[in-house]
Design a binder for this molecule. Structure first.
Ligand SMILES: [Zn+2]
Length: 87
């Protein structure tokens, strides 16, 4: 990879599916994902630590229709959102 931006792709889903009902929220959520190697910084909300308000608001809308966020967030960011419990 020549830079740290994440590759993206477009998919087609039925509009009346759960994912189709939150398509804009999925786009917003993805736009607010940190670039590779800088997990604490949102590329849109430069002064804000990640997870930023834009990400969290989109995540809440997606979660509300029953879609799991694990499948929408790259694995390298999972430890930030869901840290391992201390033992
Ligand atoms: Zn942001």
């Amino acid at each position: 990879m020549s830079d740290s931006r994440r590759d993206i792709l477009a998919i087609i889903v039925a509009q009346d599916s759960a994912l189709g009902q939150v398509d804009l929220a999925v786009n917003v959520l993805s736009a607010h994902l940190p670039v590779v190697g800088r997990p604490a910084v949102c590329p849109l909300c430069l002064a804000r630590r990640w997870p930023c308000r834009g990400f969290l608001d989109a995540a809440a809308r997606i979660h509300a229709v029953g879609i799991g966020l694990h499948e929408l967030v790259p694995v390298d960011l999972h430890p930030i959102l869901w840290p391992e419990p201390h033992r």
